[in-house]
Design a protein around this ligand. Structure first.
Ligand code: RP5
Length: 173
């Protein structure tokens, strides 16, 4: 079995519904990853251990997701020099998602977290693959195919709307 290149961590099992989207896209792109729960508040020692050993274990990018008072991505970023992608999760303890967005986004100078949109785990997976693609041609090729597929889907939908019309009527441009 090849070694994980991306580490996906989340504050709680309840984040998995969202964070699974990062895993899915990495699986689609055939990028090796690992996925586990590491809580900044409930298991701080485990967070230290994970962040401080990740590079040595061969991890190249960490994706960290958390909701509410979302300290996991920022704290992990403070403990490693690996790139950390933060995913704000709209969790059960979140007021409206902004708590998590701002906790992850507003990092102090010197400790960056590349923050994606609220519940944007899929983009976090793609961004992690894009980072790996700077030195891994196989991942770069998989991403090229992925983006071409995105383009085809948009063009297909545009054609369908143009042909079938909007609300049953043709739309002129
Ligand atoms: C955060 O609190 C977790 O990342 C999760 O989004 C949220 C709620 O956790 P649970 O109470 O569902 O375990 O730390």
């Amino acid at each position: 079995m090849s070694k994980a290149l991306v580490g996906i961590i989340m504050g709680s099992q309840s984040d998995l519904k969202i964070m699974g989207e990062a895993a899915q896209v990495l699986e689609d792109l055939e990028v090796e990853f690992e996925l586990t729960v590491v809580s900044a508040h409930r298991t701080p020692d485990r967070m230290y251990e994970y962040a401080q050993n990740a590079r040595e274990r061969g991890i190249k990018v960490i994706i960290a997701g958390a909701g509410g008072a979302a300290h996991l991505p920022g704290m992990v970023a403070s403990l490693t020099t690996l790139p950390v992608i933060g995913v704000p999760v709209k969790s059960s303890n979140s007021i409206d998602g902004w708590d998590s967005v701002l906790s992850i986004l507003q990092m102090p100078a010197g400790v960056p977290v590349a923050t994606v949109a609220l519940n944007g785990a899929r983009n976090a997976g793609i961004l992690a693959a894009q980072i790996l693609s700077t030195f891994d041609k196989k991942v770069a090729d998989a991403l090229k195919t992925y983006k071409e597929d995105l383009k085809s889907k948009v063009l297909e939908s545009a054609k369908k709307i143009e042909e079938d019309g909007w609300r049953g009527k043709s739309i002129g441009f």
